[in-house]
Design a protein around this ligand. Structure first.
Ligand SMILES: Cc1cc2nc3c(=O)[nH]c(=O)nc-3n(C[C@H](O)[C@H](O)[C@H](O)COP(=O)(O)OP(=O)(O)OC[C@H]3O[C@@H](n4cnc5c(N)ncnc54)[C@H](O)[C@@H]3O)c2cc1C
Length: 527
């Protein structure tokens, strides 16, 4: 007799694993089917060169929900994060640099190097952002209300409005504005120094299909301020053991409650009979039945690749076709035999700059111009570059004396005009090193290995449609009650028993476990 399951989770990304662990915690028999040989999806640690354990996709943690960490006892299963300090290091072409530290007094002294006025305003800015982030954060573990609403949904909408209790009128106005403003407009209201504004603006465009002057990017900036590390709001940190340690902790938590996980098990089809999900067919042809199927795959992959159109409502299929999920991010991973030496802060022995996220983007206009290229199907000639060296916090990730560097880059559009990523991968990798070389002349001499993951590679390797790192753009028209499509933002789908548990559902992308958590709650409600 084949083993029987109450629920099958298609995809073993961290969200799928969270859904599985919560269902098992409620006594359900759960099977996770993961296409790759390892679980974690975009939160993985892979030994891509002997002795180097690399977070090949996501690289920093902050958004992971405390509730999930606590309830799934992730620390017991090895989850630990070291908060970055300093948070940021921005070198500038004129030879100056800006650090942002955990210690506010040190940060203010850094900002004062560029503007005394900005240093005075900064604490108020942080306080405002924190108060807004608390409200936005309270929505993360909330199932969006039905939309368009009916009269019976009024109490749910009132509860949402109630979350703004305690905000002043000025803060309510700021909250509404932040959902529509650009990161640049938002920052211009506070600061005068270009160096501070560009350092903060980077959070507004990470993963975005837009420049710092595109409406909606202010919200992405807020999205990146929502989490924290070890109870300290707004901090980002390195997961010990790399990002795969998050996923492995969730998987082990699930296994401790009898979740079964199969890797190397790509799902070819979600089975539907009489309008109900009945199970899945693997690429090998094996059929597995279950009354509940939850897909951790992005919405386009789930509904347009794994399902037959006739099993779905045509209007819904049309909505999914319109769901935008082309990415503009590129990841490069390097193995280094030394540390980068910055012209703006000489020295190649370990220094605070190497412990920070190191930015290459001298001005807001620079990022906007980088976006201009992408708008017309070209990778940015002068891209926004974020560099991190996790081995500064966890030396076990590389052989003794060696380092890993993660480079996250915007903008590398998935769809290129007149060429393709297989042709452009190598020349563009060289261009990236050229740009870094302008700030760190020794970079080429310390690189021993290099892996470039273009948006096409992100699609091929991690199954991200269009290479979008969030399973779909995080623009206002694809958020909350509209994610992935209006009327279907509550983790359910038009097929009974079929749910979405990945980042294509509210509240979107990032290693946070929220969609997985919320989906499990809705599945259990329906049962
Ligand atoms: C380059 C990059 C950098 C990022 N940096 C950060 C960061 O620093 N911090 C942060 O918080 N977030 C970051 N993100 C975003 C974050 O990693 C993702 O939003 C999040 O990990 C997605 O998790 P998920 O569980 O929803 O989906 P995924 O991780 O995408 O998991 C989906 C799983 O489904 C599997 N799958 C696909 N097709 C099939 C199939 N047919 N059958 C079975 N399995 C299948 C995939 O292999 C994958 O394991 C980054 C993402 C990328 C790509």
């Amino acid at each position: 007799m084949p083993e029987s399951f109450d629920a099958i989770i298609v995809g073993g990304g961290h969200n799928g694993l969270v859904t599985a662990a919560y269902l098992a915690r409620a006594g359900r028999r759960v099977l996770v089917l993961e296409a790759r040989e390892l679980v974690g999806g975009c939160a993985v640690t892979e030994e891509i060169w002997p002795g180097y354990r690399v977070s090949t996709a996501s690289y920093l943690s902050s958004l992971m929900q405390d509730k999930v960490v606590r309830e799934l006892e992730l620390e017991r299963f090895g989850y630990a994060v070291d908060a970055k300090d300093p948070a940021f290091f921005s070198p500038f072409p004129d030879g100056r640099h800006l650090f942002m530290w955990q210690d506010r007094a040190k940060t203010l002294a850094e900002i004062a190097k560029f503007s005394q006025r900005d240093a005075e305003v900064y604490p108020k800015y942080e306080e405002r952002l924190e108060r807004l982030a608390v409200v936005a954060e309270s929505l993360l573990l909330t199932t969006p209300p039905r939309f368009p609403p009916r009269a019976v949904d009024l109490p749910e909408y009132l509860r949402l409005v109630g979350k703004m209790r305690g905000l002043t009128n000025q803060e309510i106005v700021a909250l509404v504005k932040i959902f529509t403003q650009s990161a640049s407009e938002f920052l211009d209201e506070w600061f005068e120094s270009e160096q501070l504004k560009v350092t903060l603006a980077t959070d507004g465009v990470i993963g975005a299909n837009g420049g710092p002057r595109s409406p909606g990017t202010a919200y992405i900036l807020l999205h990146h301020c929502m989490g924290g590390v070890n109870g300290h709001r707004g901090l980002w940190g390195f997961v010990r053991g790399g990002m795969g340690a998050v996923s492995n902790a969730i998987a082990d938590s699930g296994r401790s409650r009898e979740v079964k996980i199969r890797t190397g098990a790509p799902v070819a089809k979600i089975l539907v009979r009489d309008g109900r999900a009945r199970g899945v067919v693997l690429e090998s042809g094996e059929e597995i039945e279950a009354r509940v199927v939850a897909s951790n795959l992005d919405p386009r992959r789930t509904f347009l690749k794994l399902m037959e159109a006739e099993d779905l409502d045509p209007e819904f299929v049309e909505g999914i076709r319109k769901f935008r999920s082309e990415g503009t991010s590129l990841k490069m991973n390097l193995a280094l035999k030394g540390l980068p030496e910055f012209t703006a802060l000489p020295g190649d022995s370990p220094g605070p700059q190497h412990r920070a996220t190191m930015h290459i983007c001298p001005s807001v206009e620079y990022i906007e111009r980088a976006w201009d290229d992408a708008k017309y199907g070209r990778p940015s000639q002068s891209p926004l570059i974020e560099m991190t060296i996790p081995t500064m916090y966890d030396a076990s990730l590389a052989p003794a004396g060696r380092h890993i560097m993660g480079i996250f880059l915007q903008y590398a559009p998935y769809t290129l005009k007149g060429t393709n990523w297989d042709e452009l991968r190598e020349p563009y990798s060289e261009r990236i090193l050229d740009v870094i070389e302008e700030y760190c002349p020794n970079i080429r001499s310390i690189v021993v290995e290099r892996q470039t993951l273009t948006p096409l590679d992100l699609e091929r390797r991690f199954g991200l449609t269009g290479g979008n790192i969030f399973h779909g753009e995080m623009s206002l028209d694809q958020m909350f009650v509209l994610r992935p499509v209006a009327g279907w933002a509550r983790y359910r789908t038009p097929v009974k028993g079929l749910y979405l548990c990945g980042s294509g559902a509210h509240p979107g992308g990032g290693v946070m476990g929220a969609p997985g958590h919320n989906c499990a709650r809705e599945i259990l409600r329906d049962r």
